[in-house]
Design a protein around this ligand. Sequence first.
Ligand SMILES: C[S@@+](CC[C@H](N)C(=O)[O-])C[C@H]1O[C@@H](n2cnc3c(N)ncnc32)[C@H](O)[C@@H]1O
Length: 623
Amino acid sequence: MSLYYETADILMPAGPEAGTTTQRSSSGSLKSRIFTKKGLKSPAAQVFALATETCKWSEVLKEVIDNADLLRHERKLTPVLALLLVHDFLLSKGGITLPQSHGLRQAIERHKARLTSELTRARLRRKMASLDALRVQIKRDGDPEGRHPRWVRVNALKTDIEEQLESTFKDFERVLSIAAVTATGPSNKSIYLDDTVPGLVAVSPGIDLTKTKAYKAGQIILQDKASCFPAYLLDPHAEDGDVIDSCAAPGNKTTHLAAITHSHRPEESAPRQTIFAFERDERRAKTLEKMVKTAGSEGMTTIGLGQDFLEVDPQGPLYRNVGALLLDPSCSGSGIVGRDVTPELHLPGRPPPPGAKGAPKKKLKLPKPDGKDRKRKRDADDEAKPVLIDDDGNATVVSSEQDLQKRLQSLSSFQLTLLLHAMKFPSARKITYSTCSVHAEENEQVVVKALRSEVAREAGWRILPRAKQVRGMREWPVRGVLEASDGDQEVAEACVRAKQGDGRGVMGFFVAAFERDVVPPAPAEGESKLFASEDGPYLRDDEGMMVRDVTGMPVLKSTGRPVALPGAMHLNALEGQQGEGHEHDESSDDHDYEDESPSKASSDSEGSEGDEWGGIDDRKNEK
Ligand SMILES: C[S@@+](CC[C@H](N)C(=O)[O-])C[C@H]1O[C@@H](n2cnc3c(N)ncnc32)[C@H](O)[C@@H]1O
């Protein structure tokens, strides 16, 4: 089967029987339908490129084909085939990839003059000075990522906004809204300073920052705005002690946690917090390791390479001081921009049926490239079915609502198990739970089930109400779904959602936080009580301000004395506990980081950009 027939089949598996119409090109994401289709003879990447480009151009091409009256003159062409062939004829560098003598190619090339002049008319109707200008417009309008700003987190561990505005972004024009940063188009360079997440900026879509010095040096990290919510909402302070990122690769949130704890450190000499980052997939854990190194946070991060969080013992001495956990488990990935795009296809009008006025007298039989009747019963395996690809890269055929429900139930029960495990850490008093899913089953419903669980009730976990959240999250207007929160207004209000395509320039996302009051753990023998009670390890005055000595050092409650080189003490205390048979010891402090070139590290972290793990379906993994 030729590339054109195969692509037409993917776009319109049932055959375009309707007349002039605008329709979704079948169900399921185009990418998953193509890449999981068995028996494709043409390279899947080629079919995908032709299908997506034709969809983007279909509004213009429909006009060209209709006005050139192509389908009336060439009755062997179906509307979809006409779109695909005219696309390549007018817009592809190589033209139609069929031999010159091929009937399909001749059917188009016979109308060269008319088709070319109709394309010029279509362009002029859109007030575009050149075909290149039209290309830019089509790319921006047809590509969901083309309308999505590029979010950039300035890494506080290495630089700050001011420095970046004067260097990496010095040629960028400052704009004051998301609409302005996306409206300026890929040829312009504008920058918007986000007012929700500190240190976050958005630049115009299509700008490639991966070649910049700042990107290669880990000073800037490409991370979607919504993906910055969990670490920002968790807001780990010194008094929260150590932090766990339970499902960490590729490491966007781990490195964000590191930057936040660094910014919150009261003094250089304050106790160092450790971020334990677990990742059960070893390959992804390597990416995490590289990202942590590039971001400059390896000194404060202990990576559990290939470590399943569910096997981490909450009672283990290493985690005695863990006061905050970030849980961002695998999910359906349904909120990821560009993930499940079903492109719109504008079909040209079909000619009137034979016998009708203006129709040719003789009915022409459609030639079939394989010589077989296309009405043959399709092989069930040959049929492209919608597939759900989660952010672990697992593909599940979801040909019915029931299949989808089954998959969501299985994901949400796994997510709940992880969340309940996080709730078992004895010193924990803050947890964030997040997904890049749009489904309530993985979001509000997991939160509600967790709150009702015995684990949460016994340990005293509550939802962190909106009023107690960090400013940017408290003020974020998109909240949880009331119905999905079982009608609980406080829970719905406490949940934070991000919605793709609502003008805020974010992907689909969900995050909620839990809090509780904890009784501080009894210090181990010989261990100073660096992390502790409700308001932290430092002595505070009646107004809640830290008490400091004359040199400005915070005073510890446990000793009544100012902090003295506690970083080293703290780490030594933890190191001393390693090798006690704890599952984490192999990946602790002495990482033997392989020497990597920044570009290698960059491409790995870029591979994860979009900013959740994209698995095998991730657009960047194709590069
Ligand atoms: C959504 S991704 C995490 C993205 C990451 N938080 C970031 O922002 O870069 C989920 C990750 O969790 C890992 N994972 C899933 N279950 C896990 C478990 N039980 N223990 C540790 N890691 C797990 C998956 O392999 C995957 O890499």
